[in-house]
Design a protein around this ligand. Structure first.
Ligand code: AMP
Ligand code: ZN
Length: 451
């Protein structure tokens, strides 16, 4: 398996550092709002990466953080007068439902920042003791970038001419504003009830320290893979490296991978530009989770991808073409020509996750199965779908219903027993919003994926 490492700017052979286990950290959502499909481009890219690693026979331990304290979450909670924890819970729950809709495999750990304040304080303390961080007049703590000579190695920028000793209190800034960045932020009036005690007084962690502390807690001081959208590369990931390596003196991460942005009319899809669709927006318009997944994964992850509804229409057609063939496919010994397409598929996914090329092999398989007969091809389709996660085998076997939906179905069965039809209808709609169709019969309810 080869992947492009943002740190070395080269394609490299990939294999786990230790044994059979790949330890992987993916920067997760800031839970102040519903994630948009641009965010889900990053999460589906990471899902594909994870699946390809598993496809190669390795195990994965993936950690994805939930940023549930930062400028945006505090602003949201305080302006709506809701405790921070309650405010972020709504969006955490929504995020997990959306992951299920997009058939994204679950990470092994989803640590929330507010549950790891002690680890962050410990890491900041180490940096202060080592003399690479200092307390400012207002009780905040800053990382001194001049004390970490390799600062800039990920973003490949020589900061020598720019290191003016200026400070940047905001979590996000651009390369022109490089300076000492906040590890710990002193409490301010606008933070309201949100603060923790620390050796430097009341305050809260900066965003960057969160990921260094939680990744090392769950994955060790040196681990295999760290990923995110390309906007995470600077300053977030650069700062993560500085914090971790200055504290441990060891290499933090071997391979860094970043996906390009999902765009709308040539601009990054983002909350601030207002040019975004949430997953829910698209489900409400009648598109299914797997159609949306198909569009998000069917471009090379490092290439720009412009969002358009015509792509969803194409996805619908392509998927029904695959479905029609898979319906005819049978178990048994795979013919040599089918195995050849599986070989091509394998080479494509192992070539820096070339999913468009992998899809081309899948369509070659469909074309040839349609002309030569689909006997014995089912196993090949299934093997390919271990990576793609978009094929519907529902007509052949019961599709696996996610645990979350099963729970909702149980609640609905209870509601119906209690003749609470309003709740029953609401649950049916909620389940439909997640891409599953509920039908009632004498035998009870049946649930199938919306094709
Ligand atoms: P945020 O919640 O803004 O921290 O973003 C969560 C993840 O989504 C990060 O990995 C971002 O890099 C990624 N992301 C944000 N916008 C886009 C976009 N338009 N296309 C691809 N990835 C994005
Ligand atoms: Zn992060």
């Amino acid at each position: 398996m080869k992947v492009y490492n943002s740190l070395t700017r080269r394609e490299e052979d990939f294999a786990p550092i230790e044994n059979n286990l790949v330890r992987m950290y993916t920067c997760g959502p800031t839970v102040y709002n519903f994630a948009h499909i641009g965010n889900f481009r990053a999460y589906t890219f990471e899902d594909i990466l994870r699946r390809v690693i598993e496809f190669n026979g390795w195990q994965v331990k993936q950690v994805m953080n939930l940023t549930d304290v930062d400028d945006k979450t505090i602003r949201g909670a305080n302006s709506s007068n809701i405790p921070l924890r309650d405010y972020t819970k709504t969006y955490k729950d929504a995020f997990f439902a959306d992951l299920a809709t997009l058939n994204i495999e679950k990470a092994e750990v989803y640590p929330a920042a507010t549950d790891h304040i002690a680890e962050m304080i410990a890491l900041v303390s180490t940096l202060v003791e080592k003399g690479v961080a200092y307390k400012s007049e207002d009780g905040s703590v800053y990382f001194n970038v001049r004390k970490f000579p390799s600062y800039g190695k990920l973003a490949h920028i020589d900061f020598d001419n720019q290191r003016t000793g200026s400070r940047c209190a905001a979590d996000e800034y651009d390369k022109e504003n490089v300076g000492d960045f906040a590890l710990w932020k002193a409490w301010e009036e606008s933070d309201g009830p949100v603060w923790w005690d620390s050796p430097w007084g009341r305050g809260r962690p900066g965003w960057h320290i969160e990921c260094s502390a939680m990744s090392m807690k769950y994955l060790g001081e040196t681990f295999d893979l760290h990923t995110g959208g390309i906007d995470n590369l600077f300053p977030h990931h650069e700062n993560e490296i500085a914090q971790a390596e200055a504290a441990t003196g060891k290499e933090f991460v071997k391979t860094w991978m970043h996906c390009a942005h999902l765009k709308v009319n040539g601009e990054k899809m983002s909350k601030s530009l207002g040019n975004f669709f949430t997953l829910r927006d698209l489900l409400d318009k009648g598109w299914s989770g797997r159609e949306i997944r198909y569009v998000l994964i069917n471009a090379h992850y490092r290439a720009g991808l412009n969002f358009a509804f015509t792509a969803l229409e194409d996805a619908r057609k392509s998927l029904s073409r695959i479905d029609a063939c898979v319906e005819k496919a049978t178990d048994g010994e795979a013919p040599a020509w089918a195995l050849k397409h599986l070989d091509d598929f394998t080479n494509a996914v192992n070539d820096d996750l070339n999913i468009p090329k992998a899809f081309a092999s899948l369509f070659e398989l469909v074309r040839e199965a349609n002309s030569k007969g689909a006997e014995g091809t089912l196993g090949v389709f299934k093997r390919m779908d271990e990576v793609l996660g978009v094929i519907f085998f529902g007509k052949k076997e019961k599709a696996e219903i996610p645990a979350e939906i099963v729970e909702m179905l149980e609640k609905r069965a209870e509601a119906r027993k209690a003749k609470d039809w309003a709740l029953s209808d609401k649950l049916r709609d909620d389940i439909a919003a997640l891409g599953w169709l509920v039908k009632d019969s004498k035998e009870g309810q049946t649930c199938t994926p919306k094709a």
